[in-house]
Design a protein around this ligand. Structure first.
Ligand code: C2E
Ligand code: CA
Ligand code: CA
Ligand code: CA
Length: 277
């Protein structure tokens, strides 16, 4: 029965009380996951939509659970955010991601890696020093690291988010607004953020061929980003037609199943060589 309960709680449910025994058991499983090195860093390629060149990738976490197999992030990231455990996951992703960047550099490739931050990370006063320390230790230039933050994470506590983003920006890492268009973002606020990139949420991109409103949202987001001097990235590029339409609308970069699915980071360099061959 104990085992069944342990496996049963792995699927996160928003009604779950973070103090319940099921929740405590998931939390202890996550601690074990980090100690036993059960987390995996997957990378999904990002390409230049005009030239097709691979510009780098986005780091996405997976949990290789001994019984469950590969657990997707939506089954534990929201819980980790709610309990604060996300900070340990972010630290692990940053360490593993910067190591990957060092390997890419040593292989002679100039590619960027994007890592996702959560609301909690933006409130962590030690984050910038930690990132600086990692980049120094692995001799990776800050310009190769990009940090993705969702609109809603920023709007949770805009003043503190701005402080953290400013420090990260001074360090020289790239900053990206993730899932753009899904939260309520104040454009006036956006203008003041030291960001370099906007990512158009997948929901608009996957619907734009069928839905004229979504196509207009994509088009105006590209215009907005460019007017603010930002690079614009489309997520959810699933077809060649979507790629062609986005390129025609002037979108700079793309990411999606039609280009490449997230893959174990060890397979990424081989994928890049095959793509460019
Ligand atoms: P996200 O940051 O918006 O990441 C993009 C998600 O879209 C990924 O799902 C990716 O596999 C998926 N995706 C990419 N291209 C396509 C496509 O063409 N079609 C479809 N249907 N899906 C596509 P994944 O890896 O399951 O991650 C889901 C979410 O979990 C992420 O959304 C992010 O919010 C969160 N997440 C993942 N890894 C981390 C992490 O290390 N830290 C934090 N804080 N959150 C993470
Ligand atoms: Ca992201
Ligand atoms: Ca996204
Ligand atoms: Ca998303």
């Amino acid at each position: 029965a104990a085992k069944r309960r342990q496996l049963g709680v792995l699927v996160y449910d928003t009604s779950m009380d973070t103090r319940s025994s099921a929740s405590l058991s998931l939390l202890s499983e996550l601690r074990v996951a980090i100690e036993q090195e059960e987390l995996r860093l997957y990378v999904q390629p990002k390409v230049d939509l005009k030239t097709g060149q691979v510009l780098g990738g986005e780091a996405l976490v997976r949990w290789l659970h001994p019984q469950r197999g590969l657990v997707p992030p939506m089954q534990f990231i929201p819980f980790a955010e709610q309990t604060g455990f996300i900070r340990q996951i972010t630290v692990w992703m940053l360490e593993t991601g910067v190591q990957a960047l060092q390997r890419w550099q040593e292989a002679g490739l100039s590619m960027k890696l994007s890592i996702n931050l959560s609301t909690r990370d933006l409130l962590d006063p030690t984050l910038t020093d930690r990132v600086r320390g990692l980049l120094d230790r692995h001799r990776v230039s800050a310009a190769w690291l990009c940090l993705e933050i969702t609109e809603s994470a920023i709007m949770d506590d805009p003043a503190r988010a701005l402080q953290t983003l400013q420090k990260l920006h001074e360090l020289g890492v790239r900053l990206s607004i993730d899932d753009f268009g899904t939260g309520y973002s104040s454009l006036a606020y956006l203008k003041r953020l030291p960001v370099d990139e906007l990512k158009i949420d997948r929901s608009f991109v996957t619907n734009m061929e069928r839905d004229l409103d979504d196509a207009r949202i994509v088009q105006s987001t590209i215009g907005l980003a460019h007017n603010l001097g930002l690079t614009v990235v489309a997520e959810g590029v699933e077809t060649d037609k979507a790629w062609a339409l986005l390129a025609r609308l002037g979108c700079d970069e793309g990411q999606g199943y039609g280009i490449g699915r997230p893959m174990p980071s060890a397979e990424f360099l081989g994928w890049v060589r095959r793509w460019e061959a």
